[in-house]
Design a protein around this ligand. Structure first.
Ligand code: UGY
Ligand code: MN
Length: 260
């Protein structure tokens, strides 16, 4: 395959063409392949399906939602699922069980299964958000999770084993009621994980800033802003941040269950 360096990336960052890749244990999808689509009851919202269970292994859906002025869900999101929404840019109104709340960029909301969530564009420029959709995995004698609302700026930085690598958790990680985590991982230029991870959990990774090299199951790939990476269970993975500037990604990870 020929790799051609080009300055014409939609994100304005100099990257190589032909970066899309799909392997048995992962895939990388760049903005060129964030195909616009829709879902019922989402008026004027462009739905870019980044991963769904149709990928073969993923047990969740992750979408980028683009809201033009006036765009809105015309009724609460499909019932029978839990949802997490994170605003990338612009402002949304999230209505949760009838109560409305402004979500500026960096704001997020978690709606457990059985709670109604609607999303509307709010005044201002177009808005973009990420949405996670999945079936809640009930576990005997574990209480269902509660609604969570917040903003990235309120999330605590947790220490990691590597200087220059930060981690912020947007959902409780020590409560087995929550069957997935959403984490913001931040990297100073030149930092990297201290090992290649292999674990039972799967990931949906969305690059929110910066760039770097992702090691995935024996190969390395350039990743940059607005790229999406799906990692199946047991996909060997590691990251090296290049800079310039801070690199960050939002990471989905299923937790507290064992897949039976
Ligand atoms: O928590 C994680 O599994 C995380 N360190 N993985 C990753 O960023 N690929
Ligand atoms: Mn991991």
């Amino acid at each position: 395959m020929t790799i051609v360096a080009t300055p014409e990336s939609p994100t304005g960052v100099r990257v190589s063409r032909s970066r899309e890749v799909r392997r048995a244990t992962y895939f990388l999808m760049t903005p060129e392949n964030h195909f616009p689509g829709g879902l019922p009851h989402m008026r004027d919202i462009i739905v870019r399906r980044l991963v769904t269970p149709r990928s073969g292994t993923a047990q969740f859906g992750q979408y980028r939602l683009d809201f033009a002025p006036g765009a809105a869900t015309t009724r609460p999101l499909e019932s029978g699922f839990e949802y997490f929404v994170y605003v990338l840019s612009g402002t949304l109104t999230a209505t949760l069980d009838g109560e409305s709340l402004l979500l500026p960029d960096g704001g997020f909301a978690f709606a457990p299964e059985g709670h109604d969530l609607s999303l509307d564009w709010q005044d201002g420029p177009d808005a973009q958000a990420l949405l996670i959709k999945r079936r809640y995995q009930v576990y005997p004698d574990v209480a269902p999770p509660a609604v969570v609302l917040g903003h990235r700026d309120e999330a605590l930085y947790l220490p990691t084993s590597v200087t220059g690598v930060d981690r912020r958790e947007l959902l409780p990680t020590d409560d087995a009621s929550y069957d997935f985590n959403m984490s913001l991982l931040g990297f100073s230029p030149g930092t990297c994980f201290s090992k290649v991870e292999v674990h039972d959990e799967e990931h949906g990774l969305y690059m929110t800033s910066g760039q770097g090299i992702y090691y995935l199951d024996g190969e390395t790939h350039e990743v940059t802003r607005d790229d999406f990476v799906y990692m199946a269970p047991y996909c060997p993975q590691s990251f090296y941040a290049l800079g310039p500037g801070y690199t960050e990604y939002l990471l989905y990870k299923n937790v507290w269950r064992d897949g039976f």
